[in-house]
Design a protein around this ligand. Structure first.
Ligand code: CA
Length: 225
């Protein structure tokens, strides 16, 4: 799941980035409206955390511009210091899915993020299964035949993305776009290394061959039920 944080308070933006990455999300940060629209134009996001008061404009305008741009639309969670009914109504009218009034507690933000992503029922089911492998995104656990499997945040995010797209050939670029953030160097072998570690852990847990290599393209998770 890839998240764009749009927030001009640098400390808050960075804290959100660190906290969300720790939960396994791929996170990019923009500090103003222009930066947000630039990133939105080049990367697919599943969710945007959008501050309303930006130095070069209004978050609501950013939201409306993103909605007008078409294409796959992210969920939008407004972050606002204004707790006025009028602002909230306007925000929801402009296409925001939910809002959070500052200051907020990080666990509440995480819960809202999970709830919004859960709304995309098919794409973000909390619990997904592939044969003996069961991944619970809400609990952040993976089990193989009921036995817990310890994965890094990136391995977890990669496995989850693949389990949400069983049987599909997923290109390395697509995996980079959805599982990594803009700091991932597309010319490194980070995807290959993470897949290789994930395969080894799965194999050690007794599941072999579930992730196939699609030569010259990427990977495919075997569609098993
Ligand atoms: Ca602000």
């Amino acid at each position: 799941m890839r998240v764009l944080v749009v927030e001009d308070e640098v400390e808050l933006a960075e804290a959100l980035g660190v906290g969300l990455r720790r939960e396994g999300y791929a996170v990019d940060v923009a500090f103003d409206a222009r930066g947000a629209l630039e990133r939105f134009a080049v990367a697919p996001y599943d969710l945007v955390l959008l501050d309303l008061n930006l130095p070069d404009g209004d978050g609501l305008t950013v939201c409306a511009d993103m909605r007008r741009a078409g294409g796959p639309q992210p969920r939008v969670l407004m972050l606002t210091a204004r707790d006025s009914l009028e602002d909230r109504v306007r925000g929801l009218d402009e296409g925001a899915d939910d809002y959070l009034v500052k200051p907020f507690a990080f666990p509440e933000l995480l819960a809202r993020v999970r709830a919004l992503l859960r709304r995309d029922a098919d794409a973000t089911r909390a619990v997904v299964e592939a044969g003996p492998v069961r991944l619970d995104a809400a609990a952040r656990t993976v089990t193989v035949s009921g036995e817990p499997l310890a994965l890094t945040a990136k391995e977890f995010a990669l496995l989850r993305y693949m389990m949400l797209h069983p049987g599909e050939a997923l290109s390395t670029e697509q995996l980079l776009d959805h599982v990594w953030d803009e700091h991932a160097d597309p010319f490194t072998n980070t995807v290959r290394v993470t897949v290789s570690n994930l395969r080894r852990k799965l194999r050690d847990a007794g599941v072999d061959g579930i992730i196939e290599t699609v030569v010259g393209f990427g990977y495919r998770l075997e569609a098993v039920s």
